[in-house]
Design a protein around this ligand. Structure first.
Ligand code: ATP
Ligand code: MG
Length: 467
């Protein structure tokens, strides 16, 4: 698959801008890419805004896809890559605090004013370097401030997702929320419940995976009241005490914040969500136990299992894809096993290390240790074990499978297993040079098959799953 570089995306965007401008339209870069460029960051993608109506955009470029023609949004496709070209518009009549009901094409100033935050309301003509700033976005970029365009209460009420976006941008850009924006956000936080789960999940995932300190993002979500609305199970970690000898950092929320701060962006979303939810099973399982020396201690028996169960419910509620839920809950359910690796049998360790989620689990464990007692001995033990495994010769795939044997009339059962192992042994010993030769040997051997099953042979080792 072709990997698209940012450079190509930029070239595409510049080329599209030129075409529009040469046809007599005004056209510029808009929104996130302008903000990122002014901050000296690499934009994720490039969006174009223009006064050309959608029909003109469709006429000017050989390949366009109308993704939201009613909103004036077209994708212009160049060499298999798409760039969004949107006609300047103003949104009108937000009935339900979710999406604009109608759209009216307009000029750039109105288009800037419909956007959410001042730093997202800038336009740039890269040819001349001219910036169009109708909303004070540059000053807020300088001051590192998230401020709604216009009255915060009204702007949030038009689309409650903006409540979460404000915190997402504060976290990913490491900005502060401007005071009146923050006050309105706190007041309206419960309204985030009106927003669809998918949109919430996408914003949360972006926050968790791209913020330089996602833990600060979590603190902000809590402080603004959004966390209690969207993830009450995580809000319940606040104030949940744990034994100070293992957790000198403090309560479970504090521990989770520290772990999130340890993520390196762009973090895998499996890892980020596993970190966020790995201890949600603690508050419901907390119990006081009497230790042999008579002292009392908090315990969270089976919090890993309970946490995995709760995480599955949370993630389903947030409409996370099923395979992602399976991976995240697997990591959560397994996370306490990493404390026992030094006592594990080799076969158990091989299974642990061979799981497709292992790289994520290992990083989860490392962050877990660093955000509490700081002891990385189990982590280092696993790195060493993994190294040893890599140095073992990797066994080839068996040429002959159960299917081949069934096709030759062997009934399913232990005899079939014995023949499969014999064939694999013959392959590993190099008695046959190819699958065809091995099949010929097998057919001959099966002809001579005694009525009694062949004597059991020592099973060869299974192919290593860690290639
Ligand atoms: P990122 O780089 O993280 O994608 P972005 O600013 O490009 O950030 P998008 O969600 O891609 O964010 O949106 C593109 C632009 O559209 C924003 O910069 C903003 O101007 C506008 N926008 C997006 N969502 C909203 C919204 N809910 N309300 C108002 N304007 C919005
Ligand atoms: Mg964007």
């Amino acid at each position: 698959m072709e990997t698209v570089t940012l450079d190509q995306l930029r070239q595409d965007a510049l080329c599209i801008l030129r075409t529009l401008q040469q046809a007599g339209f005004s056209a510029c870069l808009a929104g996130g890419c302008v903000r990122d460029q002014l901050m000296g960051r690499a934009p994720k993608d490039y969006d174009i805004a223009t006064n050309a109506p959608p029909e003109e955009v469709a006429r000017l470029f050989p390949r366009t896809v109308a993704t939201g023609q009613a909103f004036g949004v077209m994708q212009v496709v160049t060499a298999g890559r798409a760039c969004e070209v949107a006609t300047f518009r103003r949104d009108s009549a937000h009935g339900d605090g979710r999406r604009p009901d109608a759209v009216v094409f307009s000029g750039p100033e109105e288009d800037a004013r419909r956007r959410d935050f001042t730093i997202n309301g800038l336009f740039l003509d890269p040819a001349s370097g001219a910036i169009m700033d109708y909303v004070g976005g540059r000053a807020d970029l300088e001051r590192k401030i998230i401020r709604t365009i216009g009255a915060p209460h009204q702007r949030f009420s038009e689309d409650y997702l903006r409540l979460l976006r404000a915190v997402r941008f504060a976290a990913t850009l490491e900005f502060e929320l401007e005071a009146s924006t923050r006050a309105a956000l706190q007041e309206l936080a419960p309204r985030l419940a009106h927003i669809s789960a998918e949109r919430i999940q996408q914003e949360l995932t972006r926050l968790l995976t791209t913020a330089p300190r996602a833990g600060r993002g979590l603190r902000l979500l809590h402080a603004t009241g959004l966390l209690a609305v969207i993830l009450p199970e995580v809000a319940a970690l606040v104030g949940q005490a744990q034994p100070p000898q293992f957790h000198p950092e403090g309560d479970v929320f504090e521990h989770t914040v520290l772990m999130l701060d340890g993520l390196t962006p762009p973090a895998s979303r499996t890892l980020a969500w596993a970190v966020l939810l790995h201890d949600v099973g603690k508050p419901p399982t907390v119990a006081v136990s009497r230790e042999p020396d008579g002292s009392e201690r908090l315990r969270f028996n089976c919090h890993d299992e309970e946490g995995a169960r709760m995480a599955a419910l949370i993630l389903r509620r947030l409409k996370m894809p099923a395979d992602e839920i399976a991976a995240i809950t697997y990591c959560i359910k397994n996370h306490m096993r990493f404390k026992e690796v030094a006592k594990m049998r080799r076969a158990t360790l091989r299974q642990l290390v061979g799981a497709p989620t292992f790289p994520v689990e290992l990083e989860l464990h490392r962050l877990d240790c660093l955000a509490s007692h700081g002891d990385l001995s189990n982590y280092e033990f696993l790195l060493k074990f993994q190294d040893e495994l890599h140095n073992e010769p990797v066994l080839p795939q068996p040429w002959i499978t159960g299917h081949d044997l069934l096709a030759r009339g062997l009934p399913p059962g232990p005899e079939l297993g014995r023949w499969r192992r014999r064939a694999y042994e013959a392959q590993l010993e190099g008695r046959c040079a190819s699958r065809e030769q091995l099949l010929a040997w097998l057919d001959e051997a099966l002809q001579e098959r005694p009525r009694d099953p062949p004597a059991p042979v020592a099973p060869p080792r299974a192919p290593s799953s860690v290639a």
